[in-house]
Design a protein around this ligand. Structure first.
Ligand code: FEO
Ligand code: CA
Ligand code: CA
Length: 625
C-alpha cells in the first residue's frame, strides 16, 4: 500500500483503504454467486434488449428510448476536455471560485501559486463546493453552499506530501471547509457575489454550534470542553444539502470520520469500527488540535455526522445539530410536508452497504408557527426493500433495536442493522418530486455488492433495488408511499434508471432501456427536482473514458423526464471534476451548478484548479427550471 498517494484518493476509497470491509465471503462463494447470477440472466437478458424482465424492478413506464426530444434543448455529446459544455443557446460563467473574496478586505487573498493564507481563510469562498440552496431574505437572494473537503496538496503547496505540519496549517484547512452563506445579485454581466453583504458568512470546523433532540446532552456526546454535551464546535465534510419548509438551510455531515485520529491508545468502540474511525486521520488534525485526538476525546466524533440547520437570514444565529435525524454519513436531506402536516425528511447514508432513512416529526408544520421541535421530536426509520417491489419503513425504537434512545441516534447504523434494514449501493441524494407523491434516491455504485458484507457484517446480497453484483455504474430507485402519504409505513418501488454501458455490455451492465449510447453515464450522485418536476442528475464517477466507462467521458449533469423515462445530457464538467450542487435564482432564469475537484487549471486556465459554482442561463432569457 506504500505506493498509494492517499491525498489523491476519494473519501470513499480512502475509507476503504483505512478500514477495509470484512471479507465474509470466500472466493469460492463469490464465484458461485457470479455463476448463478449469469445463469439467471441467461433466461432474462432483458435489461439492454427491450423486454422488461419480471423481478428486475423496472416498471414498463420507464422502458422508453431516450430521444432527447422531450426537452427544450438539444442534448450534448460527451466531453473529455478541461472545459464546461452546455447546449446550444445556453451560456455559463463562474459565479464564485475557491479563494474568491466574500468581503472586500480579502480581495487578492488568493494566489495562483500559494492559494489562500490563513489570515484571510475565513473571508473567502471555501474549496470543493457541494450541495447548495438559494433563499430569498427580505428581497435579497442568498445562497448557502457547502465546501465538503480540501485537497491538502493544493492548499499546502510547501508540503510535498500534502500533510499539515503545523497547527496553523491545520487551521487553514479547517477554515476552507464547511459552509458559505453569500448574497448574490444579478448585474449586467450576470450574477455576482455581493461583497460585504451583512448576510455573508463563513461557517467551518471551528464555528460554535448547538445540539437538540434526544441525544443532545447525553453521556455519549459529552467532552472535556463541553461537559454538558450541548455545544459542539464545527460542522464538517458538508456534502449534500436540504432546505426546510420554514426557509433555513440543512447541511449534511458526511465523511466526518476521516478527521479523527489517535496519538495514543485508540479507545475500543464498536461504533468507531462501524463508522470507520481509527488511529490515523486524513489531515493529521489529531496531531495539532487535541479535539480531534480520540485517545483524549473519545466522544468528539459522536458530535459529528449529523444534519445541521443554519438560518441564512441571521448571520449571528448558532447552527443546530439535530440528533433526532440520526448520525451517519449524511448525503443530503430531502424535506417534504405530509398531507397531515407532519414533516418528513428522507436521508441517505453514503457508504457501501449502508441504509436509507426517513424521519417523521411528531408535530405539524404551519406557516408562521413554532418550528423549534419539528426536527428534534420525531420517529427515525430505516428502509427495507422486498424483491416484490414493495417495501416498508422500520422504526428505530428501544423495543425494535434493544438500544437506548441515545444509542439509536448516535449509532444509527447499528440500530438499522438490528432491525434488518436493506443494505444499499451507497445511497447518495434523495429528491422528492414536487408534482407527484414519490421520491428518488441515487445509488451511486458499489463494488462490494454481492462480494463483501458492510462494516457491521450485514450481507449485501444481489437483489431488490441493488440488482447487480459489483455494481460499477449505479442506479436510481424510486418509491411511492401507499395512500400518497409520505408518513405511511409501506411503499411500492421501482428503478427509474440503471446506468450502464450498452456499447460494452449486452447484459444488465448495459443499463436499463432508457440508457443509450447518446446519454450514458455512471455513478449518479447529486439529484434535484426543478419546479416542473424534471429530475436533474449529477454524476461523480469514473471519468477516464476507457474500458467499462468508454464513451461516457467526463462527469456530467443530465435531466430526466420521470414520466417517460427519457434522460438527456445537459452539461459536461471539466476533466477530473464531479458535478454537485444545484439551485436556481429566484426568477428561475439562472441555474447555479457546483463543479468540485476540477483537474488541470480550470477555470482560470493557469495556476491551480479551483472548485467553483457556475451560473448557467439561456441566451433568450427564458427560465431554465
Ligand atoms: Fe459527498 Fe456521497 O458524496
Ligand atoms: Ca455526493
Ligand atoms: Ca459520490
Amino acid at each position: 500500500m506504500t505506493d498509494i498517494d492517499t491525498t489523491e484518493l476519494s473519501w470513499d476509497d480512502w475509507d476503504e483503504l483505512k478500514s477495509p470491509r470484512p471479507d465474509t465471503n470466500d472466493f469460492d462463494t463469490v464465484v458461485e454467486r457470479a455463476i448463478s447470477r449469469r445463469g439467471f440472466l441467461g433466461g432474462a437478458l432483458a435489461f439492454g434488449s427491450g423486454a422488461v424482465a419480471m423481478g428486475t424492478g423496472l416498471l414498463s413506464s420507464t422502458a422508453v428510448k431516450a430521444a432527447g426530444n422531450a426537452f427544450d434543448f438539444t442534448p450534448i455529446d460527451v466531453a473529455t476536455d478541461f472545459d464546461i459544455h452546455v447546449p446550444e443557446g445556453y451560456q455559463w460563467k463562474p459565479l464564485v471560485r475557491w479563494g474568491d473574496a466574500l468581503f472586500s478586505d480579502a480581495n487578492g487573498a488568493y494566489s495562483a501559486e500559494t492559494g489562500v493564507d490563513l489570515a484571510m481563510s475565513e473571508r473567502v469562498f471555501g474549496e470543493n463546493t457541494d450541495g447548495m440552496e438559494l433563499f430569498e431574505v427580505n428581497g435579497k437572494e442568498v445562497i448557502a453552499v457547502n465546501s465538503e473537503y480540501v485537497n491538502p496538496k493544493i492548499n499546502l503547496p510547501s508540503d510535498a506530501d500534502g500533510t499539515p505540519r503545523t497547527a496553523d496549517e491545520v487551521k487553514l484547512l479547517q477554515n476552507l471547509q464547511g459552509v458559505t452563506v453569500m448574497e448574490v445579485a444579478a448585474s449586467n454581466e450576470g450574477y455576482r457575489i455581493v461583497q460585504d453583504s451583512p448576510l455573508n458568512r463563513r461557517i467551518h470546523h471551528n464555528t460554535q454550534m448547538t445540539m437538540d433532540g434526544p441525544a443532545a446532552g447525553s453521556l455519549l456526546v459529552q467532552t472535556t470542553a463541553d461537559p454538558e454535551g450541548m455545544s459542539p464546535i464545527g460542522t464538517m465534510n458538508n456534502c449534500g444539502s436540504g432546505r426546510t419548509l420554514w426557509g433555513t438551510y440543512l447541511t449534511c455531515e458526511e465523511n466526518f470520520n476521516g478527521y479523527f485520529g489517535a496519538t495514543g491508545e485508540e479507545p475500543a468502540s464498536a461504533g468507531n469500527e462501524r463508522y470507520g474511525i481509527g488511529a490515523e486521520g486524513r489531515y493529521a488534525y489529531e496531531k495539532f488540535d487535541a479535539r480531534f485526538d480520540i485517545a483524549n476525546e473519545p466522544n468528539e466524533p459522536h458530535r459529528h455526522g449529523w444534519i445541521t440547520e443554519i438560518d441564512p437570514s441571521d448571520p449571528n444565529s448558532t447552527p443546530v445539530k439535530h440528533t433526532a435525524l440520526g448520525r451517519f454519513k449524511h448525503e443530503n436531506a430531502a424535506m417534504v410536508q405530509a398531507t397531515d402536516g407532519r414533516v418528513v425528511v428522507y436521508m441517505g447514508d453514503d457508504e457501501r452497504g449502508e441504509f436509507l432513512y426517513r424521519y417523521v416529526s411528531n408535530g405539524t408544520y404551519t406557516e408562521g408557527g413554532d418550528t423549534s421541535a419539528l426536527l428534534s421530536d420525531g420517529v427515525l426509520s430505516v428502509a427495507k426493500f422486498n424483491d416484490d417491489q414493495t417495501g416498508e419503513w422500520l422504526d428505530l425504537t428501544p423495543e425494535t433495536t434493544g438500544m437506548s434512545a441515545e444509542e439509536i441516534l448516535v449509532f444509527a447504523r447499528m440500530a438499522g442493522s438490528a432491525v434488518g434494514a436493506t443494505t444499499m449501493d451507497r445511497p447518495e441524494w434523495v429528491a422528492v418530486n414536487p408534482t407527484r407523491v414519490e421520491a428518488y434516491c441515487a445509488l451511486t455504485n458499489n463494488k462490494n455488492r454481492g462480494v463483501k458484507a458492510n462494516a457491521g457484517g450485514d450481507e449485501t446480497p444481489v437483489g431488490g433495488p441493488n440488482p447487480r453484483e459489483t455494481n460499477r455504474y449505479g442506479q436510481i430507485v424510486r418509491w411511492t408511499p401507499v395512500d400518497e402519504d409520505h408518513t405511511a409505513s409501506t411503499f411500492a418501488w421501482d428503478l427509474y434508471v440503471m446506468a450502464g454501458n450498452p456499447t460494452v455490455y449486452d447484459n444488465e451492465y448495459g443499463g436499463s432501456e432508457n440508457i443509450t449510447e447518446g446519454n450514458m453515464f455512471n455513478s449518479p450522485d447529486g439529484m434535484i427536482f426543478d419546479t416542473k418536476g424534471m429530475l436533474w442528475i449529477q454524476t461523480d464517477g469514473d471519468y477516464k473514458n476507457e474500458g467499462d466507462f468508454e464513451g461516457m467521458g467526463n462527469n456530467q449533469m443530465l435531466v430526466g423526464d420521470t414520466q417517460t423515462g427519457e434522460i438527456a445530457r445537459f452539461l459536461t464538467a471539466p476533466y477530473g471534476a464531479e458535478v454537485t450542487g444545484l439551485c436556481w435564482s429566484a426568477d428561475l432564469k439562472t441555474m447555479f451548478v457546483g463543479i468540485q475537484h476540477p483537474g488541470g487549471s480550470w477555470p482560470d486556465g493557469e495556476g491551480k484548479p479551483r472548485s467553483s459554482v457556475i451560473s448557467v442561463w439561456r441566451e433568450d432569457g427564458q427560465t431554465i427550471g
